[in-house]
Design a protein around this ligand. Structure first.
Ligand SMILES: [Zn+2]
Ligand SMILES: [Zn+2]
Length: 105
């Protein structure tokens, strides 16, 4: 499995049957609901399964439903709708950019 994850090209991973089966299982487990919208109190169909721990950074967790952080177990794979998924990635990028400018000044 690990050899499917090439840090420069994750295509092989995202099209593998390991991932596609797990993705389907996660969606089913969550009734195909976007988990972020659900928290906000409304229903939206999930179209993406987001990795909390990025595949690139944590290839070992690519097929793991949960991860352990400071002795606590968290969900690693979260069904999200398109908008929430974009938001999730945007959010992190903005944080990074902010850090960069802070360093420069
Ligand atoms: Zn959503
Ligand atoms: Zn994502």
């Amino acid at each position: 499995m690990q050899n499917l994850i090439n840090t420069n090209n994750l295509h092989a991973f995202y099209t593998s049957s390991y991932w596609l089966n797990l993705r389907e299982e996660i969606l089913k487990d969550h009734k195909y609901e976007c988990q972020k919208c659900k928290e906000r109190g409304f229903y939206k169909k999930a179209t993406h399964v987001h990795h909390v721990q990025y595949v690139k950074k944590h290839p070992r967790l690519a097929l793991s439903k949960t991860y352990i952080f400071q002795g606590k177990e968290y969900k690693n794979l979260i069904p999200l709708c398109h908008n929430c998924h974009e938001e999730e990635h945007d959010h992190r990028q903005r944080k990074k950019k902010k850090l960069l400018t802070e360093e420069r000044w």
